[in-house]
Design a protein around this ligand. Structure first.
Ligand code: IPM
Ligand code: MG
Length: 360
């Protein structure tokens, strides 16, 4: 058996962490004689440098024709990189958004789980995380303010910028179904996040989600305003199972949720379409300040690769093996610098990949 995987190494720490994920995948699938055919393609800053645009038609086509896409992270320093002198639609992030849209990856799954071993890296008080937490952010990924019209005009001599936030009920319904389906396989609770006290799009969100909820009588369901939710994540993260959010709220809350797991470097992410196809990337950015130093944490990308095996290829055993290997390496006290704590052994990016691969 073999699978075709398009690989976007990306910018900053992207290439370093993706190489470690590939190392770990190959080890995990080799036992059953499964092979991965990797096709490297460019997207983001690397594509701008090579082709003048962040996403070429060719990259999009190759991704479409693959079984899944594995990605590092894209983008550079937004104040110093020349990429950010370009018009907004030619910057690295525009490539990622066009790729998400072009592949119809409307469901973004971001699990935030507290490893027992990383409790000391968690910035929350021990009393708050006593019983750990395990939440899944189900973020809508191809709609909302990210994809509305963006424009800046001069009106009456002053600059005016506008970003349009639009959701139709079909977009809301399909992500809500994904959220409830996921909850059925987990803790059977959905917290739907919105700003219904201010936004029309949130009021429609509430109505449609309430309709979907009727089909899932076993799932405990609640609405929560996004500002309250941001507070609850640091006050009592254990209350959450599935957090169902629109695009931008999910972007913000997933960074928050990842930090309370100990480090941004731990949070994986899967972006899915209707079938088995998905794009797998860490939730964190390209960290250009630490690129090329072999100190970045590859675990988020390695865990994203495990999600790829599970969701796109139905290789549950292999995915379990990768997740268990990550846990074991942490239990043995190995840490990259971002999750380092007293008494642990500090390792670099490639060592962390080697250690995880060796335990599969
Ligand atoms: C993420 C990132 C992206 C987003 C950026 C790079 C466009 O922050 O995947 O969370 O905002 O979706
Ligand atoms: Mg983000």
């Amino acid at each position: 058996m073999s699978f075709n995987v398009a690989v976007i190494k990306g910018d900053g720490i992207g290439p370093e962490i993706v190489v470690e994920a590939m190392k770990v995948i190959d080890k995990a699938v080799a036992k059953k004689g499964i092979t991965m055919n990797y096709t490297q393609v460019l997207m983001g800053g690397a594509s701008i440098d090579e082709h003048g645009v962040p996403l070429t038609d060719e990259t999009l086509e190759i991704c479409k024709n693959s079984d899944a896409v594995l990605m590092g992270s894209i983008g550079g320093n937004t104040t110093t990189s020349p990429w950010y002198q370009l018009p907004a639609n030619l910057r690295p992030e525009a490539g990622l958004l066009a790729l998400r849209k072009g592949l119809n990856l409307y469901a973004n799954l971001r699990p935030a789980y507290l490893y027992e071993e990383l409790k000391s890296a968690c910035p929350l008080k021990p009393s708050i995380i006593e019983n750990g937490f395990d939440m899944l952010i189900m973020r809508e990924l191809t709609g909302g303010i990210y994809f509305g019209e963006h424009r800046t005009d001069v009106e009456d001599g002053i600059r005016v910028a506008r970003d349009f936030l639009t959701y139709d009920e079909n977009e809301i319904r399909r992500i809500a179904i994904k959220g409830f389906d996921a909850a059925m396989k987990r803790g059977k609770k959905v917290t739907s996040v919105d700003k219904a006290n201010v936004l029309d799009s949130s009021r429609l969100w509430r109505k449609v989600v309430e309709d979907v909820a009727k089909d899932y009588p076993e799932v405990t369901f609640e609405h929560m305003l996004v500002d309250n939710c941001a507070m609850q994540i640091v006050y009592n993260p254990a209350q959450f199972d599935v957090l169902l959010t629109e695009n931008m709220f999910g972007d913000i809350l997933s960074d928050e949720a990842s930090m309370v797991t100990g480090s941004l470097g731990m949070l994986s992410s899967a972006s899915m379409s209707d079938g088995k196809f998905g794009l797998y990337e860490p939730s964190h950015g390209s960290a250009p300040d630490i690129a090329g130093q072999n100190i970045a944490n590859p675990i988020a990308t390695i865990l994203s690769a495990a999600m790829m095996l599970r969701y796109s290829f139905d290789l549950d055993e292999e995915a379990d093996a990768i997740e268990a290997a990550v846990k074991q390496v942490l239990a043995e006290g190995y840490r990259t610098v971002d999750i380092m704590s007293e008494g642990c052994t500090k390792v670099g990016t490639s060592e962390m990949g080697d250690l995880i691969a060796a335990r599969i």
